[in-house]
Design a protein around this ligand. Structure first.
Ligand code: ADP
Ligand code: MG
Length: 233
C-alpha cells in the first residue's frame, strides 16, 4: 500500500538547513495498523505529512497504492489525497461553526456528492462512531473524545484506503484515549490500513507494529502482540 525508499527531508531556515529525515525506508501492507513512535522532534509529523501528500520529500521515492507520488500538480495531488487518504489530528481540526453532521459531510461536498447523499453517508459514519444523537451539535458542545470521534467519522466518510493519525490521543485523558484506540482498532479489524503517530508507549502497544524513529532514522521496526484497547476501557 505504502512504499518509501531512502526518503530525505530538510527544512531551510535562512542560510541554515535542518536535516529532519535521513534516509527512511519502510513499507506498509494493506490492512496493517502501524504506530510511528519517537520523542518530540524526531520527525514523526514530517514523515506523516509526506505520506499524507501535505508535504514533499527532497529525495527518495514514495509509492502509494502502486502510484509514484512525485511532481504532481496541486489538482492531481488533491484528487489523490481525497481518494486515498483520511486524516486525524491531535487538535481534531473541526470547523467550529458547523455541526457534527456538516463537519463529516464537508469532504463529500468537495467530491461533488449531492446534498441528500452527503447527509446519508455522514449520518451513517456518525452512527458508526456512536454519535448519531449528536449530529446537530456544534464542536464546542462536544467532549474531546466526541470531537475526535467526529473527526474519525469525517476521515472515514470518503472511504480512504489509508488513515493517517498524528497524535490522535495527544489531547485526551487516558480513558478517552483508550476509547479512541478501541474505535481505531475496530476500523482496522475491518481491513483498513492505519498509521498512528504517537509518543505514548501504551498507545503504540495497541497497534500491531511499532516503527521507532530517532533523530530522523528508523532505529527499530517490529511487529508486536496487539493489546486490546477494549480490555482497558
Ligand atoms: P515530531 O512530530 O516527531 O515531534 P516534527 O516532524 O514535527 O517532529 O519535527 C522534526 C524537526 O523539524 C523538529 O526539530 C522541528 O522543530 C522541525 N520542523 C518541523 N516543521 C518545520 C518547519 N515547517 N520548518 C522548520 N523546521 C521544522
Ligand atoms: Mg509531531
Amino acid at each position: 500500500m505504502i512504499e518509501i525508499k531512502d526518503l530525505h527531508k530538510s527544512y531551510k531556515m535562512g542560510s541554515n538547513s535542518l536535516h529532519v529525515l535521513k534516509g527512511i525506508n519502510f513499507s506498509v501492507a494493506e490492512g496493517e495498523l502501524v504506530s510511528i513512535m519517537g520523542s518530540s522532534g524526531s520527525g514523526k509529523s514530517t514523515l506523516l505529512n509526506i505520506l499524507g501528500m501535505l508535504d514533499e520529500a527532497d529525495s527518495g521515492t514514495y509509492t502509494l497504492d502502486g502510484l509514484p507520488i512525485k511532481n504532481l500538480n496541486e489538482k492531481i495531488a488533491a484528487q489523490y489525497r481525497n481518494k486515498f487518504l483520511g486524516f486525524i489530528f491531535q487538535s481534531f481540526n473541526l470547523i467550529n461553526y458547523k455541526n457534527a453532521l456538516d463537519n463529516v459531510a464537508l469532504p463529500l461536498y468537495y467530491q461533488g456528492i449531492k446534498h441528500k447523499e452527503r447527509v446519508d453517508i455522514a449520518m451513517s459514519y456518525l452512527e458508526k462512531v456512536g454519535l448519531a444523537n449528536w449530529a446537530t451539535h456544534l464542536p464546542n458542545e462536544l467532549s474531546g473524545g466526541q470531537k475526535q470521534r467526529v473527526a474519525i467519522a469525517r476521515a472515514l466518510a470518503s472511504n480512504p484506503k489509508v488513515l493517517l493519525a498524528d497524535e490522535p490521543t495527544g489531547a485526551l485523558d487516558t480513558k478517552t484515549s483508550y476509547e479512541v484506540m478501541e474505535l481505531i482498532q475496530g476500523i482496522n479489524d475491518e481491513g483498513r490500513t492505519i498509521l498512528v503517530v504517537t509518543h505514548e508507549h501504551d498507545i503504540s502497544l495497541m497497534t500491531k507494529r511499532i516503527v521507532n524513529l530517532k533523530d530522523g532514522v528508523i532505529i527499530d521496526d517490529s511487529k508486536v502482540e496487539q493489546v486490546s484497547a477494549k480490555s482497558y476501557v
